[in-house]
Design a protein around this ligand. Structure first.
Ligand code: NAP
Length: 449
């Protein structure tokens, strides 16, 4: 674990001062700056022209009112956000999150992470993120549609295929993207497929986009394990969450011969020693938009449902936190290490606290940070943009092969960078440095803007 270089201390202090109270954003910036000490020691020019200060300051932050009418005829007000963080490498690119916890600091942490993640893909995409404090849980389909339409009524002024291309995130899947795309098309009178990614196959979506983040994270973990002569096969695995990322991580682990024994939602976790029944989980989560507790009811007696405590109490060899930020604490990490965890792959963004990362790294556990391990989703979004631009549609196999190739490349870049900077197998440092260097080179070339 690295500490902050004294030359970078004033930069972090300034970020903390200028963005008071935004704790998740502070955490994300601190982690990246802790990695950059080694870069400026080797290449002092990366500290010139305020490159590091600039990368920590969003290019544009938009906050807006989202009024909508619920099924009872009552007017509801939510707050919408879009943080356009960095466009040195391409149009801003990053998801939209609908969750009651969303605030500016959370959107900024996600946007900041997105800059480096997108850089790691090697594709021409800048970093941004958006969302709203809207809670979709329990809302009818009509309410979701009216909310999405109102959200896009303002957002449409700020996005476009060459400007900013949002996608999904927590609470935003194919249904919400469809409603937002419909409203964008209606307001602009343009069939601009490349303005959003994660679209349905019927109207310009990419095959394998839905699967991409989860599959990609497993490809990364498998390759990371290969450096120790192992693989996902036969590994007892725990995946937190049961949303888009978690479901497709489970699918790929099972396809590669591993066994996922537990998954969760914010209500609790289910432990199924026979291996999670994915058809049942998909039916509950994707078709009926239900809860993990129902999984236990439908497999009565054969599984255990725990509505208090942590999913990380379940012993496993691979842990894939795929729900939300800071869900895996230092205490959880200690328990996992004691239980013999070999590899951790972050499907979610920043799910492990800094203390947890330290515990894993000190114990020699292979640790894949989200900005590298979950980059398969945004990479496949960039492939969707390519298909839209060329009015083409690739097969599932072709898209999955590109995804696998991109994940191999991200893994190898992170590993080689960690090695080059004297910290072999430190994927946190490798991802932060490799991502930063690519963005910094582009920013330098574009001048002070
Ligand atoms: P999703 O489909 O909405 O699923 C989120 C899952 O996490 C649900 O099971 C949800 O349970 C659980 N969860 C959310 N907030 C929680 C909380 N505060 N406490 C406990 N559980 C919580 O979202 P997703 O797309 O899978 O995203 C999951 C993570 O992956 C996020 O960190 C996201 O930023 C990251 N990510 C997503 C993509 C992508 O392509 N979708 C790409 C890269 C990274 P409830 O239903 O009970 O809330």
């Amino acid at each position: 674990m690295t500490t902050l270089d004294e030359k970078l201390e004033p930069i972090l202090s300034e970020v903390l001062r200028r963005n008071a109270g935004e704790t998740e954003f502070h955490q994300a910036v601190r982690e990246v700056l802790e990695s950059l000490g080694r870069v400026i020691a080797k290449h002092p020019d990366y500290a010139e022209a305020a490159l590091i200060e600039r990368v920590c300051e969003p290019e544009r932050q938009i906050i807006f009112r989202v009024p909508w009418v619920d099924d009872k005829g009552q007017v509801q007000i939510n707050r919408g956000f879009r943080v356009q963080f960095n466009s040195a490498l391409g149009p801003y690119k990053g998801g939209i999150r609908f969750h009651p916890s969303v605030n500016l600091g959370i959107v900024k942490f996600l946007g900041f992470e997105q800059i480096f993640k997108n850089a790691l893909t090697g594709l021409p995409i800048g970093g941004g993120k958006g969302g709203s404090d809207f809670n979709p849980r329990g809302r009818s389909d009509g309410e979701i549609m009216r909310f999405c339409q109102s959200f896009m009524t303002e957002l449409q002024r700020h996005v476009g295929e060459y400007t900013d291309v949002p996608a999904g995130d927590i609470g935003v899947g194919g249904r919400e993207i469809g409603y937002m795309f419909g409203q964008y098309k209606r307001l602009t009178n343009r069939y601009e497929a490349g303005v959003l990614t994660g679209k349905g196959l019927a109207y310009g979506g990419s095959r394998a986009r839905k699967e991409a983040t989860g599959y990609g994270a497993v490809f990364f973990v498998d390759r990371m394990l290969a450096t120790r002569g192992r693989g996902v096969e036969k590994m007892r695995t725990v995946v937190s969450g049961s949303g888009n990322v978690a479901i497709y991580a489970i699918e790929k682990i099972h396809a590669l011969g591993g066994k996922v024994v537990a998954c969760s939602d914010s209500g609790g976790y289910v432990l199924d020693e026979a291996g999670i029944d994915l058809d049942l989980l998909k039916d509950i989560k994707e078709v009926r938009r239900g809860r993990v507790a129902e999984y236990a009811e439908r497999r009565a007696g054969r599984v255990r449902y725990v509505d208090s405590g942590s999913i990380w109490d379940v012993p496993c060899q691979i842990a894939m936190p795929s729900a939300t930020q800071n869900e895996l604490t230092g205490r959880d990490a200690k328990r996992l290490v004691e239980a013999g965890v070999i590899a951790v792959g972050e499907g979610a963004n920043m799910p492990s606290t800094p203390e947890a990362i330290r515990v894993f790294q000190d114990a020699g556990v292979l640790f894949a940070p989200g900005k590298a391990a979950n980059a398969g989703g945004v990479a496949t979004s960039a492939l969707e943009m390519q298909q839209n631009a060329s009015r083409d549609s690739w097969s599932f196999e072709q898209t999955e092969e590109r995804l696998a190739e991109i994940m191999r490349s991200i893994h190898d870049t992170c590993a080689a960078t960690a090695e080059e900077y004297g910290t072999p197998a430190d994927y946190v440092l490798g991802a932060n440095i490799a991502g930063f260097v690519r963005v910094a080179e582009a920013m330098r070339a574009l001048g002070v803007i």
